[in-house]
Each structure stands twice: as structure tokens, then as C-alpha cells.
Design a protein around this ligand. Structure first.
Ligand code: PNS
Length: 163
């Protein structure tokens, strides 16, 4: 059985991400969540905060002993090469996601011929949800309780709320 890896920015983790994690665990039994920390990309939350959020969310769901959380700085293909037998999971919400995801997949496959990826379609109720939407709602003091795990609501609001 290959190591199943779910990479992303998770800036911050949403209920949509968590749903993909739960479903991946249901299908594959275990999962590694890989938090990208690309130095050329500007994140709202630090890698430590994003990691803490995911760990809290997994604890809340009773999944912390099944899902491993790691931070990585390099290319995804280097992670795949380092650990060998790896399958990448990416969630797909809409056709617009597909274009970007497919381009990324093709680039990764060009860099590494062993690169394998499975798309998991988002559940209907999370099709609209993204980390950017969460941040936009939070900045203006809106209700993000249907967007992010309960355990991180206060942290997200505290950092982002501007009024
Ligand atoms: O949650 P995101 O921001 O859509 O995740 C994108 C992510 C982290 C999966 C992608 O940017 C990535 O794999 N980054 C690592 C650096 C890398 O390998 N880049 C080349 C992709 S073609």
C-alpha cells in the first residue's frame, strides 16, 4: 500500500479540507497531510499556526492517531522521490479547479515519472468553500462556524478581524 499524501497550503484549514481528509482515511486507512511552506509565497498564517490548526481539527475529529501532519519546503516531487511509494490526493471543487490542478499534475509528472495522483471530488456542501473565502468573511467579522473546524474559529478571528 503506498503512502497517501494530501498536500496543500491549508491557510487556514477549512471544513472542506477536513472532509477530504476524513474521506481519504475512510478509503485508504491512513493519511499524511503535507503543509507547503514555500518561501516565495506569502501565507496569512505561519507554518506553525497552520500545523497547529490541523492538529487541533484532527484531535476534534478523533483522527490524530491516524493522520500524520508534516511541513515541507521543497518541491512535491522531491518528497515523492524521498519517500518512494507515494500517492498524492487533491480535492477538486469545480471545473475551474481542474484546469490549475491538471496543469500542476502534468508539471509534476514531467519532473517525476513515478508521480501518481488521485482527485477526490469535494462533497456537495463544501463546493463553495476555500481558505480565501474564510479569510474574507473573518476580516469583516462574519460567521465562519460553517467554514472551519470549531477548535480554530477564535484563532482565525483574532488574527484576521479588522473591526
Ligand atoms: O492548497 P494549495 O495552495 O492549492 O496547494 C498547492 C500545493 C502546495 C499542492 C502546490 O503549490 C505544491 O505542490 N507546492 C510545492 C512546491 C511544488 O512542488 N511546486 C510545483 C508544482 S507544479
Amino acid at each position: 500500500m503506498p503512502t497517501v499524501v494530501y498536500p496543500g497550503s491549508f491557510d487556514p484549514v477549512t471544513l472542506g479540507h477536513l472532509d477530504i481528509m476524513k474521506r481519504a482515511v475512510k478509503i485508504f486507512g491512513t493519511l499524511v497531510v503535507l503543509i507547503a511552506n514555500n518561501p516565495s509565497k506569502k501565507y496569512t498564517f505561519s507554518a506553525e499556526e497552520r500545523e497547529k490548526f490541523i492538529i487541533k481539527a484532527l484531535e476534534e475529529e478523533g483522527m490524530s492517531n491516524i493522520v500524520k501532519v508534516e511541513v515541507f519546503n521543497g518541491l512535491l516531487v522531491d518528497y515523492v522521490r524521498k519517500f518512494g511509494d507515494v500517492v498524492i490526493i487533491r480535492g477538486l471543487r469545480a471545473v475551474t479547479d481542474f484546469e490549475y490542478e491538471f496543469q500542476m499534475l502534468l508539471a509534476n509528472r514531467t519532473l517525476c515519472k513515478e508521480f501518481e495522483l488521485i482527485f477526490l471530488p469535494a462533497s456537495n456542501r463544501y463546493l463553495y468553500l476555500s481558505s480565501s473565502i474564510v479569510k474574507e468573511i473573518a476580516r469583516f467579522g462574519g460567521d465562519i462556524s460553517r467554514c472551519v473546524p470549531a477548535s480554530i474559529i477564535d484563532f482565525v478571528m483574532e488574527k484576521l478581524r479588522i473591526n
